[in-house]
Write a protein that binds this ligand. Structure first.
Ligand SMILES: [Mg+2]
Length: 303
């Protein structure tokens, strides 16, 4: 969306079943209907950008002072799609590990042996990297239980969303019981992503996870993401800041929250063939480099 110098965006994600047409229709005729998630976020980010520009401040100025934040350089994370060719994958991981300290593997291929090989190949290719994995709901509790010893052996530190969010809270409870009985595998941190959308979902999951993934689109507004971080910290849990596949505009908006997260997983723009914006980037050592400027701080790339 654009108004004056302010521009904002929100991505479309298949599991919300929203499309461009219904979003444009709401933006043209909003009367009486709730906005689509994408419309609500785009409007909110536009307003945040305008308010912050008027004060000459960045979006991070909207985060309240009482929330604890990190100082110093913020290491970025690079993700890998599920590979088919392990020799190419090994090369890609080794190359990426020269720049980035944190690598994120996608698991849940439908074949546990394949998933195991992804983990082993990544570890052999990047012996010194911090490696985390996201199953995107692809395992059952039993499969997770089978895989955990291998993930621990390969020194993975975090596992995200092993079960599908449609299964509710029960699998989280079950995994928690299993981990309590087996301290050897409880060393790896378990995080929820799709199972927790907003701050309201945090308390019920909190007893069973070590942290949660916060994304602007899930929360619907920048302030909603801040409230989710606040709710997670209140429970003493970890914050993973995530994103969808979106341009540098959306990624840069999210990156304003990176100081309040334990891990910043913000590489969704690198999956686009054409990124229309220049914003947050990664330096040669894999640290986040914010684009300077008030508001969101990303700028259109002239074409
Ligand atoms: Mg995830």
């Amino acid at each position: 969306m654009k108004e004056g110098d302010s521009i904002s965006e929100a991505p479309f994600v298949p599991y919300y079943h929203e499309d461009i047409e219904s979003t444009l229709e709401w933006l043209r005729q909003p009367q009486g209907k709730p906005p689509t998630r994408a419309a609500a976020l785009a409007l909110d980010l536009l307003k945040c950008d305008q308010d912050c520009r008027a004060r000459g401040a960045g979006l991070s100025s909207l985060v309240p002072d009482h929330l604890p934040k990190k100082s110093g350089p913020i290491p970025a994370c690079r993700s890998f799609s599920i590979p088919t060719d392990f020799s190419d994958f090994a090369k890609l991981v080794a190359e990426t590990a020269h720049q980035f300290l944190i690598l994120k593997l996608k698991l849940g291929s439908g074949d546990l042996e394949h998933d195991r090989q992804i983990v082993t190949t990544a570890r052999n290719s990047a012996p010194g990297a911090t490696i985390i994995a996201d199953v995107n709901g692809g395992w059952t509790v039993q499969e997770t239980q089978q895989m955990l010893p291998h993930l621990v052996d390969q020194r993975l530190i975090l596992l995200e969303q092993p079960f599908h969010h449609d299964h509710g809270i029960e699998p989280w409870k079950e995994l928690h019981r299993l981990r309590t009985r087996n301290p050897a595998v409880s060393i790896i941190r378990i995080y929820a992503d799709e199972s927790a959308q907003t701050a309201d979902d945090v308390p019920k999951l909190a007893p069973y996870v070590d942290g949660l993934n916060v994304k602007l689109l899930k929360c619907g507004t920048f302030g909603g993401a801040v409230r989710m971080i606040e709710a997670i910290r209140k429970q003493g849990l970890g914050v993973l800041l995530g994103c969808m596949i979106e341009s540098s505009l959306g990624i840069t908006a999210a990156a304003h929250l990176a100081r309040w997260a334990d891990l910043a997983d913000l590489d969704g723009h690198l999956y686009l063939a054409d990124d229309d914006f220049a914003g947050v980037t990664f330096d040669a050592d894999g640290f986040l480099q914010m684009h300077e400027g008030p508001g969101i701080g990303a700028v259109p790339i002239p074409r």
